[in-house]
Ligand binder design. Sequence first.
Ligand SMILES: NC(=O)c1ccc[n+]([C@@H]2O[C@H](COP(=O)([O-])OP(=O)(O)OC[C@H]3O[C@@H](n4cnc5c(N)ncnc54)[C@H](O)[C@@H]3O)[C@@H](O)[C@H]2O)c1
Length: 327
Amino acid sequence: MSKIKNSRVLVTGGAGFIGSNLLERLLKQDNEVVCLDNFSTGKRENIIEFDKHKSFKLIEGDIRDYKTCKKAVTGCDYVLHQAALGSVPRSINDPLTSNEVNVSGFLNMLKSSEEAKVKKFVYAASSSTYGDHPGLPKVEDKIGSPLSPYAVTKYVNELYAKVFSDIYEINTIGLRYFNVFGRKQDPNGAYAAVIPKFISLLMQKESPIINGDGSHSRDFTYIDNVIQINQLAALADDKANNTVYNVAYGENTSLNGMVDILKDLLSQYDKSINLVKIVNGPERKGDVKHSLADISKAKELLHYSPQYSFKEGIREAVDWYWNNYGN
Ligand SMILES: NC(=O)c1ccc[n+]([C@@H]2O[C@H](COP(=O)([O-])OP(=O)(O)OC[C@H]3O[C@@H](n4cnc5c(N)ncnc54)[C@H](O)[C@@H]3O)[C@@H](O)[C@H]2O)c1
C-alpha cells in the first residue's frame, strides 16, 4: 500500500475531522506536516497532541487570504486540501460565506499550489455533486444538477481543478467523499453530521430525529478508508491524475438501519440505550434520497482497497465516542 513518507505535506483544514486524522497518520509516517486552519469549525483539541511534535507546524490563518495560502504551501511536496465550510443546511442559511470559503478559498489554494510547483494537489470534493442525477450506483462521469449552494461550490472546485490542470503545470485529484464518519468528527452544533450527532444523543438517552421516514440511504465511509485514498491519490502516477474519484465503501445503509446498529452497539455499554425512542421529522431541503458509490474507478486507477465496511468502521467509531464523550 502506498504511503507518503519523508515529504513535506500541507493539510488545509487540519484541525477538522478529516484533516486532523490525515495529520496524525502523516506524522506517524515521518513526514513534515503543515496545518493551515482558521478554527472556524475545527478544534484545537483535535491537534493539541501534535503541538510538541518537531515535524508539525501550525499556521493559524484563512484560505480566503492569498498571502496566507502562499506562505503555507511554500516548500511543500503535496497539498491535501480539506478546508471548507461543510454542511448543506449551512450553505442554504449562508450561501455567501460558503461560497467565499469553498470557492474563493479553494482557488487561492489551487493557484498558490500551482505557483509553488507542488507534486500533487489532492482536494476534498463531494458526493453532493451528483445532485439530482437518479442513477445508482453513482459513477463519476454522470452527474445531475446541484441541489444546494454547498453542492455548487464543490462542483466549481472540480471545474477549476480541471481547467488548471489543462492550462498550467499542476496535477490534481478530486476525492468525492461520501458521508465520512469516525473518530474526532464533531458531534455538536447545528450542522453536526448525522452519525456523531446520533451517537451523542443516544449516549445522553435523548431521541434522535430522523429527517423523513428513515428509508433514505447513504454509503457511509469510515475515516481510515479516506486516509488510505488520500495517500494513494498523492502518489498516483500520471494516468490517474487530473480527474475525480468516488471515495466510499460501495454499500449503502438506510438511516433506520444505521440507527438500529448504533443502538445495538451502544447498548453493549449501557443497556437502557436500547429503549431510547427514535423520532421522525420532516424531510430536509437539498437532501438526496439515496446515495451509493461505484468505486471501481478508484480501485482500478488508484488501487484503492477500502479496509473498513460500515459495520466494521462504526464499531471503532462508537468505541471512540464512548471513551471520549460517554460516562
Ligand atoms: N465529512 C464528510 O462526510 C464530507 C463529505 C464530503 C466532503 N467533505 C469535505 O471534506 C473536507 C473536510 O470535511 P470535515 O468533515 O473534516 O469538516 P470539518 O468542518 O471538520 O473540517 C474543515 C476544516 O476546515 C477549516 N476551515 C474552514 N474554513 C476555513 C478557512 N476559511 N480557512 C482555513 N480553514 C478553514 C475548519 O476550521 C475545519 O478545521 C471539506 O472540504 C468537506 O467539504 C466532507
